[in-house]
Write a protein that binds this ligand. Structure first.
Ligand code: R5P
Length: 296
């Protein structure tokens, strides 16, 4: 079946679609987009998709609601155009952290996102969703792409005296996977987040990091508070160099300064979000292309 790649209209999605197209030699069809005077979005797919497998790449960057809605409109245009199969690739899945009711009266945002996407797409590939269990709301055909081993290989992250650290128990599996690749030990810190203010505290813990190079691994840097707190603790216990490996670098406000002040040497992220100064990016396109090849 012929395949065609359709990026969303933001720069991140275009860059990743171009990268996938170079790997798999696929044609890219860019949608036509405009905003009506009243603020509504218009989108058109100016290519023949009939009986083709359409692969849409849409990262849910800010404004997240617009990015999400664009994926919905593209999905419906493909349905109208007679595409025989529609696949959605989401390099950054927004709303994934609202995966349960924390305070009475809240929605489970990721559930309604997944249930909506499932009406329009047969398969879904997400780069490192906050919790893999959330894919169950899409049902069969949803795949999480874990990027850490690939990124570490691309970056040549190796050291004889290295340890991996997860800033909270939620990222422990991420740390375990990376430590297996780096053939080193891993540990975690205990983080508590205030449900109202969002402020975090880290519990003190014995850590064997003296004179070691540490790789902190997490899915997201948002305000930088989590990683900065982890880094300060590691420095106190004598860590030598601290590198951070994350899938998604949102980097709000003063995040980069906060991280530098906490003693971090280098921050590596996948290119799933708009680029910010002070971060080294790894192109995730070739890894997504591998997943697409093994699925076909
Ligand atoms: C939370 O569970 C996530 O895995 C990240 O640790 C969190 O979103 C990071 O947020 P911030 O950078 O604002 O501390």
């Amino acid at each position: 079946m012929e395949r065609i790649l359709i990026p969303g209209t933001n720069g991140v999605s275009k860059e990743i679609a171009d990268s996938i197209s170079r790997e798999l030699l696929l044609k890219v069809c860019k949608p036509i987009y405009k905003v009506f005077p009243d603020g509504e979005s218009y989108i058109r797919i100016p290519c023949d998709v009939k009986n083709k497998e359409a692969i849409v790449v849409q990262s849910f960057i800010q404004p997240q609601d617009k990015s999400f809605f664009e994926a919905i409109l593209i999905g419906d245009a493909l349905r109208e155009g007679g595409a025989s199969n529609s696949i959605l690739i989401v390099p950054y899945m927004a709303y994934a952290r609202q995966d349960k009711v924390f305070l009475e009266g809240e929605p489970i945002s990721i559930r309604v996102i997944m249930e909506t996407l499932r009406m329009l797409y047969k398969r879904l590939f997400v780069v490192e969703i906050h919790k893999e269990e959330s894919l169950k709301y899409f049902g069969e055909g949803a795949v999480n792409i874990s990027p850490y081993t690939y990124m570490a290989r691309q970056l040549g992250l190796e050291s004889s005296n290295v340890a991996v650290l997860s800033p909270d128990i939620g990222a422990l599996n991420r740390a375990k996977t990376l430590s297996q690749f780096l053939k080193c030990s891993y540990d975690y810190l205990v983080k508590r987040r205030d449900k109202i203010t969002g402020g975090i505290t880290m519990e003190p813990k014995e850590l064997d990091v003296n004179n070691k190079d540490i790789v902190i691994v997490d899915d997201i840097i948002s305000t930088g508070g989590t990683i900065a707190s982890a880094s300060s603790i590691l420095k106190k216990y004598g860590a030598r160099h601290i590198h951070v490996l994350v899938a998604h670098a949102i980097m709000l406000g003063e995040a980069i300064d906060k991280l530098r002040k906490s003693g971090i040497d280098e921050i590596y992220a996948a290119n799933t979000l708009p680029k910010k100064d002070g971060i080294k990016y790894v192109d995730i396109g070739p890894l997504i292309a591998d997943y697409l090849s093994s699925y076909s």
